[in-house]
Design a protein around this ligand. Sequence first.
Ligand SMILES: Cc1ncc(COP(=O)(O)O)c(C=O)c1O
Length: 486
Amino acid sequence: MEFQLLFTAFQAQPAHARWPQQRQLHECLRQGIRSGTLASGARLPASRALAAELGVARNSVLYAYEQLASEGFLVASRRGSVVAALAGRLAVAEPRLNAPAPRASLSRRAQNMPALPGSETAAAFAPGVPALGDFPVLRWRRMLDRAWASLTPAQLNYADPAGEPALREAIAAHLRVARGALVDAAQVFITDGTQSSLDLCARAFADAGDKVWLENPGYQGAVAAFRAAQLKTIGIVVDAEGMAPTAGDWLRQRPRLIYTTPSHQYPVGSVLSLARRLALIDGARQAGALVVEDDYDSEFRHDGPPLACMQGLAVDAPVVYLGTFSKTLFPALRMGFMVVPTALAPALSEMLARAAPRGRTAEQLALAEFITSGQFSLHLRRMRRLYRQRRDALVAALARHLGDVAIVHGGSAGMHLALRLHDVAVDDVALSARLLDQHGIMAPALSLHAVGLRAQPWRGFLLGYAQVPVEAMGPLVKKLAGVVRR
Ligand SMILES: Cc1ncc(COP(=O)(O)O)c(C=O)c1O
């Protein structure tokens, strides 16, 4: 073996030129072994001989041999240092052996997840993005500082998997007053937002192959979470009163989970009627299913006080209530929570203790203070006022420019509305792409929110208005109308 050639070529590469000699030699030999140039069973020269051949210090050779031996590439034998047998197996995977190596790829269930229509950028009318510039960053920073200052060394350890008790208490108190929930802090579990709550619901409360009902059209983030957990997703058609399962659905498509957005259906904005809520709770009880209530943006109701949640409709309703701070505060906080029925709380705590230690103690404590100090309610009131003005401006502009070809749905709450085109043959996906290309306007097509195969006649766009200033609304809608009419 021409060690001199091998080493000179290695040293000549600019990336290695400034390394210490002993490291150069170690890496050079390691690459030689990994690539098969130094084959299994090959004996390396004695350290003194190799040092003389390469013109390096003997200590550098000794260092390289010791390192390679402790990494398992060399074994000491009576013959000296010998390349280990394991190293030969490594060499097989090297690309220089031309054989097409099997490629690692995403799992089938990951590939089966739907694309999310409209990534959540800050472009007008990207849905789901709050007025980020209006978040009281200074106050938040002060609370974060205080939380960090209060932490003991012990609180830098893994935290309570269910979340910080102070935050669970604060959320429970808020939900009782603001959302009419029947909830005690022991039922509240802190998560990294609704997406992680959905993952957790799928893993904790259903088994692979179980059926989960979702609204059609519906939230693709939920479809993604459930498909990733290998659940069978069944679309249930939505009408003006929300999700409308038939007797046949209950009989033939018995669900384990029922995902719904009852306060402001995503994407079309209908409100699940009281009769339907009670029927869903009854049906779930009889089927042994859990309703997963995603209450993502209902703190913002523009034409009256917020509607009470489903979870509080009956004592021990089979409802898991999901909340998020992505809309009320800001998405990058990645903080949300689930409220589970009392009977399930101990088992879920145990499962989380095994599977998901929590952290971010300071953020949780700051958030608890943000809520209990009244800042949260104040911020919500401010944003409600702002979003109502923006909603009004958008609805007026839509009536002016598109009133004859489309109708607004779901504008009474939240941060987005659905603009439904009368013409059901229109290609809203192509129009949406054109809007983005030509004007940088993000308006996800309603037809991309279909869940399952049953036809759903929604064509049009989802328009988020929370981050669009009133004065920008008219010009943007004019551009939207230009593309739609062409
Ligand atoms: C229906 C629905 N649920 C939940 C969320 C928020 O999820 P997260 O808390 O993961 O940000 C969104 C965000 O757009 C949503 O549209």
